[in-house]
Design a protein around this ligand. Structure first.
Ligand SMILES: Nc1nc2c(c(=O)[nH]1)N[C@H]1C(S)=C(S)[C@@H](COP(=O)(O)O)O[C@H]1N2
Ligand SMILES: [Mo]
Length: 349
C-alpha cells in the first residue's frame, strides 16, 4: 500500500510532460553531437546538408528550453547531491548554444583569438561527460508510452519548430547582412589567404627544418626513394586553387603550387589500399587511394614558398577535405595496405 502511494506521489512530482521533455532533450542532444561531429568532418558540398540538420537540431534544443526550465527548477528544489553539477551542466549547455548561434550569425568575432565555432566545439566536449553523468544520476524509467504515436507527433512538431527557427535565423542573418551570411556551408568564415592563421590540430609545434637536409621518403609498390627538395620539384610543378577549411572556423582559398602525388606514387600494387602522409612531427593521415589523382604535395602558396608555420618545406593539399587532412612538414608519402577508415575519424595528436 505504502509503495503504491509513493508511486502515485512520484508520478505527481514527475508528470508525463517532464519525462517527455527530458527524453526529447536527451534524444535531440545525442543527435546534435552526432550531426555536429559529422558536420565537422565534411569538407565537400555533398555533405552540406549535414550542417543544416545540425543547425535545425540545435535550434530544437533552444525550443525546448522553456519546457525544461520548470523541470530543472523542480530538480533544484529537491536538493539532491550533485545539484551544482546540474547547474554547471545548464551553464555549459547554454554556452554551447550561444556560441553555436553566435558563430552562425558571425556577429561575435574571435574572443581572445578563439573563434566562436571553436568555443562551441570545446564547450560541447565539456558537455558530453556532464550529460553522461546526468543520465546516470537522474535516470528515467522506461514507460510503454515512449515509442507511441504521441511521441512521434511530438517529434514531428519539434522538428517543424526547429526548421522554422533555423529558416528564421538564416533569413535574418541574410536580410541584416550579418557576416554569417558569407559563411561557407561548413560554417567557416573567410580569411584573406595572406592572413591564413597558422593552425595545429591539437598542439603540434612548428619543427625547425633545414631545406637542404630535408628528404622526402616516397614509398610505393616499387620500393622507397628519398628525394631532396630540388629533386622533388625538378620534373615540374602544378598549381591548383584549393580551399583550406579549418574546423576551428575559418577558410581561405589560395593557389597552391607543388607536385601531384600521382607523379610520385606511380607503382600501385594489389595490396595498396590507402595513401599515408606522414609529418616530421609524427602527425599522419591515411587517405583513400581514390584521392590519389587530386592530391598535391605543395611547396608554395600564393606564389611564395611555404613559411615554416604553414608546412615548409612541403605540405599536403587535399581539395574537398577539411584542414586536418592537409598534413604539414611532410616527411613521407607511402602507399599503404591499411584501409583509410582504419584510423580515428579525427587525428589524436
Ligand atoms: N603536422 C601537422 N599538420 C597539420 C596540423 C597539425 O597539427 N600537424 N594541423 C592541421 C590543421 S587542423 C589545419 S586546419 C591545417 C592548418 O594549416 P595552416 O597552419 O597552414 O593554416 O594544417 C593541418 N596540418
Ligand atoms: Mo584545423
Amino acid at each position: 500500500m505504502a509503495d503504491r502511494v509513493r508511486a502515485v506521489l512520484r508520478r505527481r512530482s514527475r508528470p508525463w510532460t517532464w519525462r517527455a521533455t527530458n527524453l526529447a532533450l536527451f534524444g535531440v542532444l545525442a543527435l546534435a553531437f552526432v550531426t555536429g561531429a559529422a558536420a565537422h568532418a565534411t569538407g565537400s558540398a555533398r555533405g552540406a546538408w549535414i550542417a543544416v540538420v545540425h543547425g535545425v537540431v540545435g535550434l530544437v534544443v533552444v525550443a525546448l528550453i522553456p519546457r525544461k526550465s520548470p523541470v530543472a527548477a523542480g530538480g533544484m528544489r529537491r536538493r539532491r547531491p550533485g545539484r551544482w553539477l546540474s547547474v554547471g551542466l545548464a551553464v555549459v549547455a547554454l554556452g554551447t548554444l550561444a556560441a553555436g548561434v553566435g558563430s552562425s550569425t558571425g556577429v561575435p568575432g574571435p574572443v581572445a583569438g578563439v573563434e566562436p565555432l571553436w568555443l562551441h566545439i570545446a564547450l560541447a566536449l565539456v558537455l558530453l561527460p556532464l550529460l553522461a553523468w546526468h543520465v546516470v544520476a537522474r535516470p528515467l524509467r522506461r514507460h510503454p508510452v515512449d515509442l507511441g504515436r504521441r511521441t512521434l507527433v511530438h517529434a514531428g512538431l519539434l522538428a517543424a519548430v526547429g526548421g522554422a527557427l533555423y529558416a528564421g535565423l538564416e533569413g535574418a542573418v541574410r536580410i541584416a547582412g550579418l557576416p554569417g551570411a558569407q559563411r561557407r556551408f561548413t560554417g567557416s568564415h573567410a580569411v584573406v589567404p595572406a592572413r591564413m592563421p597558422v593552425t595545429s590540430w591539437l598542439d603540434d609545434a612548428t619543427p625547425a627544418v633545414s631545406g637542404t637536409d630535408w628528404r622526402l621518403a616516397v614509398t610505393d609498390a616499387a620500393g622507397t626513394r628519398h628525394l631532396s627538395l630540388d629533386e622533388l620539384v625538378a620534373p615540374g610543378t602544378a598549381t591548383v586553387q584549393a580551399t583550406l577549411d579549418c574546423t576551428s572556423g575559418w577558410y581561405a582559398t589560395s593557389g597552391w603550387t607543388g607536385v601531384p602525388l600521382s607523379r610520385l606514387l606511380t607503382a600501385v600494387g594489389p595490396a595498396s589500399r590507402s595513401i599515408r602522409v606522414r609529418s616530421l612531427t609524427g602527425y599522419d593521415r591515411y587517405l583513400p587511394l581514390s584521392d590519389l589523382d587530386h592530391l598535391l604535395l605543395a611547396v608554395a602558396v600564393g606564389g611564395a614558398p611555404l613559411t615554416p608555420g604553414h608546412g615548409y618545406p612541403a605540405r599536403l593539399v587535399a581539395p574537398g577535405r577539411r584542414g586536418f587532412w592537409w598534413v604539414k612538414w611532410v616527411a613521407g608519402v607511402e602507399l599503404s595496405p591499411r584501409p583509410w577508415w582504419a584510423q580515428p575519424p579525427f587525428p589524436l595528436d
